[in-house]
Design a protein around this ligand. Structure first.
Ligand SMILES: Cc1ncc(COP(=O)(O)O)c(C=O)c1O
Length: 425
């Protein structure tokens, strides 16, 4: 695999970009050979700056839902770009998009659009407080809701006051949720929940319906807002809010990443219960009203309604899960696949510092398959049965390779340093 261009870019980036690249898109916490820079993406495939091609199971960390550069979406986006994007106010598409999303998402009566997931979750938090006149927001420990001081997983630059009224509970635990609500007393503004537990570095867990229903009941009893953060999973589990699958309707839900198939737009949807709070807050951004992502979203949502994209991803995910299970079992290596099949996470048994997972992922990368060693992955509509068969074949070889080399594997220096810092805390 050619790496010269990427290595040169990484070196130059160190001079002009903090950490080379920041956030979870940085390769600092990935195997050393992972490329940082990409030059092209089409369908289910990705090309790095050196021209190496990969079948991409990260889908841009979610935004790629139909396939990169989907021609149906690109066509309307390019036509709108020629007409106008950021203008002095929104285009008519904004009203149509709000109508479309409130039609598709059962709990929603109104919509607000923004750019990133963090915009939407932060706005949800503010609206919950504006609506209830209360302060405390409950979040599940370890859940990711974005990069603002109130929710970032990194403590640098965050002061206690940024999180003064953010308290935690354990995902899927009715007991822990009830205790947190009790502690909040009459100051509870909202409860955040991701549709399933999709925290990094740990096995994923589907939501226990008893927990989700109890969260709804507690919000009904206290007047607090229930907020489902569907930014990562939205429209990958259902053509509705993900918790519709377990019969629980939130007051607010946050959306991002995929509903314009990668064009920059996120959304906050709300029910009438939260309408006053939404109308009361001041919320805007220079690019929040841009027309291009809105027409792209309308086209994407039309395709989601009219195609079998979801059933297709479920079928491929099932094929992948079974094939990998068999391949791992035949090698005798302990391999865990968790979460919905269309959003899988792969971890290895007896691999506390992830060295086996890192080596296996690198072995997959060498075979042209881009997988992630500690973050959930994403399937997209553009993937085919042949892609999945190719992945399973590569995985079979990669399992054998790591099993044979296991004794010689070294821990990843940055990951090891992170774990020892966490252990010292
Ligand atoms: C569940 C969840 N919430 C919020 C966010 C933040 O979204 P963004 O990175 O677009 O700000 C993410 C991003 O990964 C996410 O997965």
């Amino acid at each position: 695999m050619k790496r010269d261009i990427d290595l040169d870019l990484k070196q130059r980036a160190q001079q002009v970009l903090p950490n080379g690249v920041y956030g979870h898109e940085s390769t600092l916490l990935l195997p050393e050979t992972y490329p940082q820079f990409f030059s092209k993406a089409e369908g289910a495939y990705l090309w790095d700056a050196d021209g190496n091609k990969y079948l991409d199971f990260m889908c841009a960390y979610g935004p790629n839902l139909l396939g990169y550069a989907d021609p149906r979406v690109n066509e309307v986006a390019i036509a709108q770009l020629a007409k106008g994007d950021a203008m002095t106010g929104p285009s008519p598409a904004m009203v149509e998009l709000a109508e479309t999303m409130t039609d598709m998402v059962s709990h929603a009566d109104w919509a607000m659009f923004c750019k990133n997931g963090t915009d939407a979750t932060t706005m949800a938090k503010t609206i919950a407080r504006a609506q209830t006149g209360k302060r405390i927001i409950l979040v599940a420990a370890g859940a990711y809701h974005g990069a603002a001081p109130w929710c970032t997983p990194m403590p640098a630059g965050v002061i206690d006051e940024d999180r003064a009224y953010i308290q935690t509970y354990d995902y899927n635990s009715v007991e822990s949720l009830e205790a947190a609500v009790k502690t909040a007393g009459d100051d509870l503004a909202g409860i955040f929940a991701t549709p399933f537990k999709h925290d990094a570095f740990t096995d994923q867990a589907l939501p226990d319906p008893a927990y989700a229903k109890r969260a709804r009941e507690l919000c009904d009893q206290t007047g607090a807002m229930l907020i489902v953060d569907d930014i990562r999973a939205g429209f990958r589990l259902a053509r509705d809010c993900s918790w519709e699958l377990i019969g629980v309707r939130p007051d607010l839900s946050t959306w991002g990443k995929s509903f314009a198939n990668g064009l920059p737009i996120s959304a906050l949807l709300g029910s009438d219960r939260a309408r006053e709070g939404a109308a009361a807050i001041y919320a805007t951004g220079s690019f929040w009203f841009s027309a291009v992502p809105m027409v792209a979203a309308l086209k994407t949502l039309q395709i989601l309604r009219e195609s079998d994209y979801l059933e297709h991803m479920l079928a491929l995910g099932t094929q992948l899960r079974g094939g990998l299970q068999d391949a791992a079992a035949s090698t005798g290596i302990g391999f865990r696949q968790t979460g919905p099949v269309q959003m899988p996470l792969f971890l290895f048994d007896e691999d506390p510092d992830f060295r086996v997972g890192f080596a296996w992922s690198e072995a997959m990368l060498r075979r042209g398959i881009y997988v992630h060693p500690w973050h959930n992955m994403f399937l997209c509509q553009a993937m085919t049965e042949a892609d999945i068969a190719q992945t399973i074949a590569a995985a079979r070889e990669a399992f054998v390779e790591v099993k044979d080399n296991r004794a010689a594997l070294e821990p990843h220096p940055v990951v090891a340093a992170m774990f020892s810092a966490m252990a010292a805390e």
